[in-house]
Design a protein around this ligand. Structure first.
Ligand code: ADP
Length: 319
């Protein structure tokens, strides 16, 4: 490759900017031309593409969101749309593309690589739902935000002897709930990957209350259902009325943690080096601390395995 582009797509996440910065600076370091596409695949189709230099990515490593913005683009789901995108890249002599995004963005990247564009995917989502990487860019910051919120809830709950239900993001993946739950000593962690029994949870809460435990925290991953519904079911069974907090999009904002910045920087540079080595149609990730590139079709066909050992540990420690 001689000339590459970078875009961010789908839901944004903290650390995407650090990834963009790494792709741009690594590409320039290796003597490539580098372009940025605004608004993901939408910008690719509408030719919203600009040339980048070292200074274009200054002062962004610490910023949440993405300076390239992101979009959900229906036109890109059609063959005609993707052909326009490829033509726009060819016209500028761009032969490589780094896509920072989630599962849907990976599907799009895969199709572009089948059309001859050398493509690399970087896992940009707070959900940690991408297989073949231990962590996605943004996950660490999202969990940090949830843990910080639970610390605050704990203070006021302990004063008032109350129980709390905290609804967190993650779509069909329970990792935000799992990590935040273990890190904050939650009594129950409801995730889509593990069936739960509301009768057991309600009776354990009652028992703990009788034994002197005056507050409890239950974390509900959005893929399980709404916190309000879980709260009602608990009240019906044991008379305790847990207060519900829905953290929502706060989890996707704010300055990225050092973990997310380091991860995004390493992955961004790795993606560029993979393209230079002639690789295409791969998703970059980190497994046991090692950078890895896995064929995107394998990644989109797989489901992220759930860490049952960590879940059991969280339950053992929260007695
Ligand atoms: P995320 O990447 O966060 O999962 P989306 O699922 O919304 O977000 O995907 C982002 C964009 O990727 C979509 O708006 C669409 O343009 C493109 N995309 C998603 N799925 C496909 C697909 N199967 N084929 C081609 N492009 C896709």
């Amino acid at each position: 490759v001689k000339s590459i582009a970078v875009l961010t797509s789908g839901g944004d996440s903290q650390g995407m900017n650090a990834g963009v910065r790494a792709v741009v600076r690594s590409a320039l370091f290796h003597g490539l031309e580098v372009y940025a596409v605004q608004r993901g695949y939408y910008g690719l189709i509408h030719d919203d593409i600009r040339k980048m230099d070292l200074r274009s990515v200054g002062d962004i490593i610490q910023r949440g969101g993405t300076i390239l913005q992101t979009a959900r683009c229906k036109e890109f789901l059609t063959e005609e749309g993707r052909k326009i995108a490829v033509d726009n890249l060819h016209r500028r002599g761009i032969d490589g593309l780094v896509v920072i995004g989630g599962d849907g963005s990976y599907q799009g990247a895969n199709k572009l690589s089948q059309l001859g564009i050398k493509t690399m995917g970087l896992p940009g989502t707070i959900d940690n739902d991408i297989p073949f990487t231990d962590f996605t860019i943004g996950f660490d910051t999202a969990v940090t935000i949830v843990v910080d919120a639970i610390n605050k809830l704990r203070d006021t709950m302990t004063s008032h002897e109350r129980s709390s239900i905290v609804e967190v993001m993650g779509r069909h993946c329970g990792d935000i709930a799992l990590y935040a739950g273990l890190a904050s000593g939650a009594e129950a962690i409801l995730v889509p990957e593990v069936p739960y029994n509301i009768d057991d949870i309600a009776s354990r809460m009652k028992e703990n209350f009788m034994n002197g435990k005056r507050h409890s925290i239950i974390i509900v991953a959005e893929g399980v259902g709404r916190g309000e519904d879980i709260s009602r079911q608990i009240t019906e069974r044991n008379g305790i009325e847990p207060r519900v907090t829905v953290l929502g999009h706060i989890q996707r904002g704010g300055t990225p943690t050092h973990n997310d910045r380091v991860l995004a920087s390493r992955l961004g540079d790795f993606a560029v080096r993979q393209l230079i080595a002639g690789e295409s149609g791969k998703a970059c990730g980190i497994i046991n601390g090692e950078l890895v590139a896995t064929p995107i079709d394998q990644v989109v066909a797989a489901k992220k395995p759930f860490n049952m050992e960590m879940y059991d540990l969280a339950m053992r420690l929260s007695q």
